[in-house]
Design a protein around this ligand. Structure first.
Ligand code: SF4
Ligand code: SF4
Ligand code: SF4
Length: 288
């Protein structure tokens, strides 16, 4: 009988190495909301604003680069502070992997992760099919609309902005949209929103396309095909080229920009196949 997903990892590595990254990510996501709430609740202002635009320690501007792009495309006046904030945020996510935003910061991630977890628990195996490229078309639309309308229309319905504003100022009708995302992922398409449709995730994937920080299937020869990493990965299509591409001459680094650097594959692999690494390790491996 096959073991439940992740059980082999717990038996072989112990509890903490099997849940390390998911717990650290939840701490990180809570810490971001906590830092925004700290000011209004205690008067100690570390982060002022929200995920779209904020000020760190009253001196360092941080701007969502996609919001900033929409502002420019809508024909709004260039603001140096916002531009500098966008550059800082974009530079950070370029360095650590664009979709690190998705797995370590975004308040929607725990919601879509929960839908995926519940899907597995309830054995809801049927899933509608959507192209994972749709999100890039969605991103195109998000960028064209400000040019046509002069507004940041997407930000009015962006679940990420709504969830963060909801956490800070009260949710209101935003709950409806967030519940719809959860229901869509649970009942209609596996990893439907984040893995197929979200334009912000697509934007961060493009931003992190050449990021140095990558997941490395460095011990891929130890893989026993238990499939646990595929089951928990929000973007399972990114794993195979690195894990099984040896015969094709593929390096062991996961280079697909859709990988969120969430580390969940590292957690659940009982054979310790994966680790965090840099994209340059591929080159070193080929030379050795
Ligand atoms: S894909 Fe979109 S909603 Fe999902 S975690 Fe990334 S930014 Fe958030
Ligand atoms: S890398 Fe292989 S052994 Fe490890 S979780 Fe994935 S399928 Fe299982
Ligand atoms: S390959 Fe690993 S790090 Fe990348 S998205 Fe999948 S589980 Fe997360």
């Amino acid at each position: 009988m096959s073991l439940p997903i992740g059980q082999a990892a717990i038996e072989q590595k112990g509890w903490w190495p099997s849940y390390r990254f998911i717990l650290l990510r939840r701490c990180s996501q809570l810490a971001v909301v906590g830092l925004f709430l700290l000011g209004p609740l205690t008067g100690i202002w570390v982060l002022k604003g929200n995920l779209s635009a904020s000020m760190l320690l009253d001196t360092i501007p941080l701007t969502d680069p996609l919001v900033w792009l929409q502002t420019l495309l809508a024909g709004k006046a260039f603001e140096l502070t916002l531009g500098l904030g966008a550059l800082l945020v974009a530079g950070f996510y370029w360095l650590v992997g664009g979709r690190v935003f998705c797995s370590w910061v975004c308040p929607i991630n725990p919601i879509t992760d929960s839908a995926s977890w519940l899907r597995r628990k309830l054995s809801l195996n049927r899933s509608g099919t959507l192209s994972r490229a749709l999100r890039y078309w969605m991103l195109g639309i998000v960028l064209v609309v400000p040019m046509l309308t002069g507004t940041l229309a997407w930000e009015l319905v962006n679940p990420v902005s709504l969830a963060m504003r909801g956490a800070l100022y009260g949710m209101g009708a935003g709950w409806l949209l967030i519940t719809a995302v959860f229901a869509f992922d649970l009942l209609m398409v596996r990893r439907g929103w984040c893995g197929h449709l979200c334009p912000l995730g697509a934007f961060y994937a493009l931003l992190g396309k050449f990021s140095p920080l990558r997941i490395n299937a460095s011990q891929r020869e130890c893989c026993n095909d238990c499939m646990d990493c595929y089951a928990v990965c929000p973007e399972p299509q990114v794993i195979k080229p690195a894990l099984k591409g040896e015969k094709l001459g593929n390096g062991s680094i996961i280079l697909a920009p859709e990988c969120t650097n969430c580390g969940r594959c590292i957690d659940v692999c009982g054979e310790s196949v994966f680790e965090f690494s840099t994209r340059f390790a591929n080159k070193a491996e080929r030379q050795s």
